[in-house]
Design a protein. Structure first.
Ligand code: UDP
Length: 238
């Protein structure tokens, strides 16, 4: 078995993915499958922190178009990420692997607050860390959160799990001529305006010299394959 390329990573999981075949909410079989994948990665000897999105429930921009202020809408979105976070933490724990949810917000009855020290401690104890609440600030995304947390906890890479096998010049589901990239620099990713991740996330990754690997999570075991250098994805790096 190939040695993992990285020893500590942040995996970005979109909320949409947690809805499984549905357009809203949490699909438990999907959460269970992801929990299995994460546990398998941890067994490779990789320290894993997961940043969970909230798009399966609330996106700030969507609710703000219906009359709620953008800041309030974004706060609702961040709270949605905490719910996803709890679902994933519970699924991992049910399978007998320790997990720790950490939130960007103080909510002591719900889970612990994210601090770098709390994250380091949990990872050192062999827990899979599940990060909710985004950055804790409106106008950001959980993609940017993933890069921020990776920089804060000294992760060596961000793994952006999506439903496509890398970065494309256009949406490959709509445009058959879309070109797939094996490798891009952070600057090329920003200049290209590729929709897979927002420019703030790429800019922070450039600033902090963090590689981002964009890959498809559709196949069980795909996170482990990427970490063993065997999977298919686009590497965005300096
Ligand atoms: N959000 C935010 N600040 C953050 C992270 C997220 O305001 O630092 C809000 C924002 O409204 C966003 C929602 O939470 O639309 C859900 O996050 P995201 O859209 O990144 O989730 P995903 O698309 O990955 O499921």
């Amino acid at each position: 078995m190939a040695e993992p390329v990285y020893r500590r990573v942040v995996i970005k999981l979109s909320g949409e993915y947690l809805a499984g075949p549905h357009s809203f909410g949490i699909d438990q079989p999907t959460v269970d499958r992801i929990a299995d994948d994460l546990i398998a990665v941890q067994k490779l000897g990789v320290e894993v922190a997961v940043v969970v999105g909230g798009g399966n429930m609330v996106r700030g921009v969507d609710v703000s178009s219906q009359g709620v202020s953008r800041s309030t809408g974004d706060t609702m979105g961040m709270l949605a990420t905490v719910m996803n976070c709890l679902a994933l933490e519970a699924a991992i724990q049910r399978k007998g692997t320790p997990a720790q949810a950490l939130s960007a917000f103080v909510m002591p009855e719900v889970c612990k607050l994210f601090t770098r020290a709390a994250a380091h401690k949990s990872l050192a104890k062999g827990r899979i860390v599940v990060l909710g609440g985004g950055t804790g600030n409106p106008y950001f995304t959980t993609d940017t959160t993933a890069v921020l947390r990776a920089a804060e906890i000294g992760a060596q890479a961000v793994l952006k799990a999506t439903n496509v096998d890398g970065v494309y010049s256009a949406d490959p589901k709509k445009d058959p001529a879309a070109k797939r990239f094996d490798r891009l620099t952070h600057s090329q990713a920003i200049e290209g305006g590729y929709k897979v991740m927002d420019a703030t996330a790429f800019a922070l990754a450039r600033e902090t010299s963090l590689p981002i690997i964009v890959f498809s999570i559709a196949e069980p075991g795909s996170i482990g394959a990427i970490l063993q250098g065997e999977g298919r994805g686009t590497i965005v790096a300096g």
